[in-house]
Design a protein around this ligand. Structure first.
Ligand SMILES: *Cc1c(COP(=O)(O)O)cnc(C)c1O
Length: 393
């Protein structure tokens, strides 16, 4: 597929979809076929041995899934991409394929809850040496990387306290020691942030979130350096965490409106964060778009928008969190984020439910924290809803 030279909104619509689909279809067809048939055995052999293009078996490649992989490639400016059944599928396959006994990974304390479990439990059991640094201590991360490491794993902005890490600075440090840099760009989205342009080798996404955007399909994506992507693909082929055509189609459909949704969510989230900052029932607001946010300057440099997610602590602790959340009307109290509808919940029940209270405390996640993922609703309605719920505190 040829690389399109358009701006992101256009790329989101057209990438992977400029060719000819069967029957003149103008939309990528959902190809729910496990296997692909050949009438010529020589041709089949050529495809099966990777000497020519084509599909053999959907655990490996599938025409619908391939369109999605092409779209993320072009949006992130990557050489290659592969997909997974979930975001955790993308993250765990990447780490297990690129690391191994005796290898060293450096990361941050604030990664997504599931990723933290990989670092705290599963990778050490596999004899991978894991060092988790204070999330925004750039000096500490640089010092650990300089001791020698095989992989630097970053996530920015982080979940759920929206800390911001300088991708360019840390990628440069990692490249000096020959380490692979992987960035989870789920919160950033390819509209707001492109880690590969800042020096990362690989980007992972939970496509379940903003890329799909409608909370109706799960998926994971990995893109970047083609040799590294190929290595992870080899692992996934056997590990089997492949994405199916049906969810791939829903994610593709969602991605066509990605820029529209993200621009709206960027604007609404900034307005809401500013409003909450002035409210007497609120203790702290964590949103990288606020000038008072410690990572604001870095965010301004590496992001073109600050995203649709914020978190805040309420005065009065967890009892007030319960009253407040249960009084909101325009919200799903649910795990997940990045949907057209506003979603909120306490990290102790959502992103970090896998961890114990002690582990959460260690990561600096207060029990009075609320994560709020702004949807595409009218921002005045959302603000009025927050106002009425806060009036109960
Ligand atoms: C949700 C999420 C994941 C995991 O994705 P799943 O699709 O739920 O497996 C990873 N990283 C971040 C930042 C997330 O928000």
């Amino acid at each position: 597929m040829s690389k399109l030279n358009y701006k992101k909104g256009t790329t989101a619509v057209w990438a992977g979809e400029t060719g000819h689909f069967p029957n003149g279809a103008t939309t990528a067809p959902i190809v729910n076929s496990v296997a692909f048939a050949y009438t010529n055995l020589d041709e089949w052999y050529e495809v099966a041995t990777g000497k020519s293009e084509g599909h053999i078996y959907s655990r490996n490649t599938n025409p619908t899934v391939q369109v999605l992989e092409e779209k993320i490639c072009q949006l992130e400016g990557a050489e290659a991409a592969i997909s997974f059944a979930t975001g955790m599928g993308a993250i765990s396959n990447t780490l297990f394929a690129l690391l191994g006994p005796g290898k060293r990974v450096v990361s941050i304390k604030d990664t997504y809850g599931g990723t933290s479990r990989l670092f705290l439990d599963f990778l050490p059991a596999y004899h991978v040496d894991v060092t988790l640094c204070e999330t925004i201590s750039h000096d500490e991360i640089e010092a650990e990387v300089a001791k020698g490491c095989d992989l630097l794993y970053l996530e920015t902005p982080t979940n759920p306290t929206l800390k911001v890490i300088d991708i360019e600075r840390l990628s440069a440090a990692a490249r000096k020691v020959g380490a692979i840099v992987v960035v989870d760009n789920t919160f950033g989205t390819p509209i707001n942030q492109n880690p590969l342009k800042l020096g990362a080798h690989l980007v992972v996404h939970s496509a379940t979130k903003f890329l799909c955007g409608h909370s109706d399909a799960m998926g994971g994506l990995l893109c970047g350096d083609k040799n590294l992507v190929k290595k992870v693909y080899g692992f996934r082929e056997i590990n089997g965490a492949s994405l199916q055509a049906d969810p791939a189609y829903l994610i593709l459909r969602g991605m066509k409106t990605l820029e529209l949704r993200i621009e709206r969510q960027n604007a609404s989230a900034l307005k809401i964060a500013r409003y909450l900052q002035t409210h007497p029932a609120i203790e702290n607001v964590y949103y990288p778009g606020l000038e008072t946010h410690p990572g604001h300057d870095i965010a301004k440099r590496q992001m073109s928008g600050f995203g649709g997610i914020m978190s805040f602590t309420l005065k009065g602790g967890y009892e007030n969190v319960k009253t407040f959340l249960q009084s909101l009307k325009l919200v799903h109290l649910a795990a997940s984020l990045g949907s057209v509808s506003t979603l909120a919940g306490p990290p102790r029940t959502t992103s970090h439910v896998e961890l114990t209270t002690e582990q959460r405390a260690l990561l600096g996640i207060p029990e009075s924290l609320v994560r709020y993922s702004v949807g595409i609703e009218n921002v005045e309605d959302l603000t009025a809803d927050l106002e009425q719920a806060l009036s109960f505190l």
